[in-house]
Design a protein around this ligand. Structure first.
Ligand SMILES: Cc1ncc(COP(=O)(O)O)c(C=O)c1O
Length: 523
């Protein structure tokens, strides 16, 4: 999908949302829901206001004036636009991931029409019949808007890939497949949340998070409750911490390769990044020590200790201890970013750095991988003063995180359901990982990798000279998606890729590897 068509569709959606809001304001009602969140990538170009929009704010008609016409015109304009754009070409294939092929809405590439002008004020208030008609139109417009938005989101996330091989098999997304999410358990937990604590579940709450879940997390890690902050996903927790600790020009240590969103978050804050090579037993602590001896003074080292994203490697106990010593000597914070800790399916558990010596550690984890990504519940454990400062930030950002989600997650955890959920996920991951490794050895013996002991990911190195960008395209043509290794590195990695096996069945793994090998041979 090209950027221009995304931009046009977003502009179109915004225009329609603006119409709805104007219409509601014209009724004297509060605006509809806030604008739907835009997909993170690609960023639309800054847009000019639709004609007439700039003056609209001051010109909103008073209560009971002009609304019928506005909605009429909006729907008519929409129908005309649809008719005019029938047959327009579908958007070209986009980057991964791409399960079921979707047909993009023909409207997407259509020109954006001018916003309809508001009609002059009416003399009399509308009668009940008129209001009912209006409500119907408004609902239709809202449905259209939601539909268009979903279409756009669908096209970005599940981009249509014309293949001769059926639906795309995606090794691209680090998400669990639906069959390993305990949907029934979550439904029951939701009911219990509303029944056992209707007030706490529905209130704003405070920035620390849902108190019962906060206490459950504190117990789990054997810390005082004031050392815990529960957030909307651990990415939000990371963002608070980065905002607090990292300013423009500050030095930060990152693993190489590392989670692409970490790189993005740190770069957005202007950090000066020092990538340190990742080895199968974790970050190269000798190289880190050399950097520190050479004068690098980081504020932070971002470390993913278990089943690292993207490499799947785990930091050994020896290196955890070395890292903690370096952090104490050079006085920097280790962000122990640990969402995969519970997903070990073979080998011995290694203690967290937080539990070894938490004085320089901020620990982050999440229920994304153990419960479901959609709950968006993550957390930080750190020194109480730091957590207190982050609570202030959180209050100023959103008052409180999502209490409904946190209350639900609490019920899921406290009832013991989470243990069953983790077992289900681990069993599936073990099977998928082993199938993937066997299939690669058979179909693509050139691939080098370390078989994971847990987590979601396998890092593959192909012979030097392999161009992963070409491989990516060749794989897409055959209906298989992955993430290029270059996305996780500041430089290099042109012969590497990340395969996520969390969201694919074993049958899909077999077929996906067969297609990947065929793509490799076609280069
Ligand atoms: C290392 C790492 N940290 C954080 C996250 C994001 O977690 P959450 O969904 O809790 O925001 C991910 C998700 O893939 C991850 O791999």
């Amino acid at each position: 999908m090209d950027e221009q068509s995304v931009t046009q569709t977003i502009q179109e959606l915004e225009r329609k949302l603006g119409e709805l809001e104007r219409t509601l304001r014209a009724m004297g009602a509060p605006p509809a829901e806030p604008a739907p969140p835009q997909p993170a990538t690609p960023q639309p170009a800054p847009q000019a206001p639709a004609p007439g929009e700039a003056s609209a704010a001051g010109a909103f008609a008073p209560r009971h004036t002009g609304f019928g016409r506005i909605v009429d015109e909006s729907i008519e304009a929409e129908r005309g636009l649809e008719a005019a754009s029938q047959g327009s070409a579908p958007a070209p294939p986009a980057s991964p991931p791409a399960p079921p092929a979707r047909t993009p809405p023909p409207r997407a590439a259509a020109p954006v029409p001018p916003a309809p002008a508001a009609s002059p004020p009416r003399a009399a208030a509308p009668g009940p019949a008129e209001l009912l008609r209006f409500r119907e139109r408004l609902e239709r417009a809202a449905r259209d808007l939601t539909h268009d938005y979903d279409e756009l989101l669908g096209r970005l996330s599940y981009a249509a890939m014309p293949t001769t091989t059926g639906p795309t098999i995606s090794f691209a997304r680090g998400v669990p497949s639906l069959d390993i999410i305990d949907v029934d358990g979550l439904k029951e937990a939701a009911v219990r949340a509303f029944e056992s604590d209707p007030e706490g579940t529905t209130a704003y709450g405070t920035a620390v998070g849902y108190p019962r879940l906060r206490a459950w997390i504190a117990d789990k890690h054997g810390v005082e409750v004031d050392r815990v902050l529960v957030t909307n996903g651990s990415l939000q927790a990371d963002a608070f911490l980065f905002d607090h600790l990292v300013g423009a020009g500050d030095e930060v240590i990152v693993e190489s390769p590392t989670y692409d969103r970490t790189l993005l978050g740190l770069r957005q804050r202007g950090a000066q990044l020092h990538p340190v090579a990742l080895q199968p037993d974790g970050i190269d602590t000798a190289a880190l020590a050399a950097l520190l001896e050479g004068g690098v003074r980081p504020k932070l080292a971002h470390i993913i200790p278990n089943f690292q994203n993207p490499a799947g490697y785990t930091l050994s106990l020896r290196k955890r201890e070395e890292l903690l010593e370096l952090a104490a000597r050079y006085d920097f914070v280790v962000l122990e970013d640990d969402p995969y800790a519970e997903l070990r399916f073979t080998g011995e558990t290694v203690p967290t750095m937080l539990s070894i010596d938490g004085s320089h550690v901020v620990y982050a984890s999440s229920f994304t991988k153990t419960v479901a990504p959609g709950v968006r519940v993550g957390y930080l454990v750190g020194p109480a003063e730091l957590i207190a400062a982050l609570i202030k930030r959180a209050t100023n950002t959103y008052i409180s995180p999502n209490m409904v989600s946190e209350s639900l997650v609490y019920e899921f955890c406290a009832s013991g359901k989470i243990a069953g959920s983790i077992e289900t996920v681990k069993r599936a991951l073990a099977e998928r990982s082993s199938t993937l490794c066997q299939a690669l050895r058979r179909e693509l013996p050139e691939a080098e990798f370390v078989e994971p002991e847990g987590g979601y990911f396998l890092w593959v190195t192909l012979p030097a000279g392999t161009d992963v960008h070409r491989l990516f395209d060749a794989a897409a043509e055959r209906g298989v998606a992955f993430v290029k290794g270059t996305d996780f590195l500041l430089e290099g990695g042109e012969n590497t890729l990340r395969l996520a096996y969390s969201g694919v069945t074993t049958d899909e793994v077999e077929e996906g590897v067969r297609r990947l090998a065929e793509a490799y041979r076609s280069l």
